[in-house]
Design a protein around this ligand. Structure first.
Ligand SMILES: *[C@@H]1O[C@H](CO)[C@@H](O)[C@H](O)[C@H]1NC(C)=O
Ligand SMILES: *[C@@H]1O[C@H](CO)[C@@H](O)[C@H](O)[C@H]1NC(C)=O
Length: 206
């Protein structure tokens, strides 16, 4: 190999390691590795302020498809499975495309159980997280990111980003932080707020 080719290969190697180094195995509230494609609860760092929940009722009205909300009075929360796309690894990792599912369909209202954002740049309700999309589709494409400034540095916390372009062949769009959008007192998950929602994985209490 000529010297410039060698340095080019070395350069590529460093790029590849830099990229790979950014992906990290996701840990739960106790520091254990989080399993790929297995149900967990998710919620705020202290567990107070309400776990994340799937709901068919908002302000006493039925909604269809289901919405994803944070109910301050709910200490149980729903079970959600994070599933890496094209990756059968045992543990979840950050910065890898994934789908989030709420398990088995709970009513005819759910076309699918995958978290979906129809239009991340639109105003609510189009940018709210509901169920209904197809796995490995632009509307259901998310990734986990280490929370930049964790509330408690001893507890691994994450934010979720919706990255439509990563799973589709549509126009190149940025990733959007998933945040809480308060609508008539209800804390709903949406794609365009200011502060991303910081959350932790909790093992199911069984
Ligand atoms: C997403 O959240 C991070 C961390 O708070 C922030 O630095 C970034 O600007 C946010 N991105 C957008 C598009 O709001
Ligand atoms: C979402 O983003 C758009 C464009 O930046 C903005 O006009 C709109 O008010 C935002 N909606 C919410 C609920 O923050």
């Amino acid at each position: 190999m000529n010297p410039s080719l060698v340095s080019y290969v070395v350069f590529l190697f460093f790029i590849a390691t830099a990229l790979a180094a950014k992906q990290e195995i996701v840990k739960d509230s106790t520091g254990k590795k989080v399993l790929n494609d297995v149900p967990y609860h998710i919620g705020p760092v202290s567990g107070k302020g309400g776990l994340i929940k799937l709901t068919d009722t908002i302000n006493n009205k039925k909604v269809c498809p289901f919405n994803v909300v944070q109910n301050p009075n709910d200490e149980v929360g729903s079970e959600f499975e994070f599933t890496l796309i094209s990756n059968r690894e045992k543990y979840l990792k950050t910065l890898w495309n994934l789908g989030v599912s709420s398990g088995y369909p709970k009513s005819k209202c759910e076309k699918s159980t995958f978290w979906t954002i129809l239009d991340a740049e639109a105003k609510p309700p189009l940018n709210l997280i509901t169920t209904g999309g197809r796995f490995e589709d632009e509307t259901t494409c998310f990734q986990l990111v280490n929370y930049p400034k964790p509330t408690n540095p001893k507890v691994p916390s994450y934010m979720l980003q919706h990255c439509p372009s990563n799973c589709g062949d549509g126009p190149q769009l940025p990733c959007y932080n998933v945040s809480v959008y308060v609508d008539k007192g209800v804390r709903r998950l949406a794609s365009n707020g200011t502060t991303p929602l910081e959350f932790v994985f909790y093992k199911l209490r069984k």
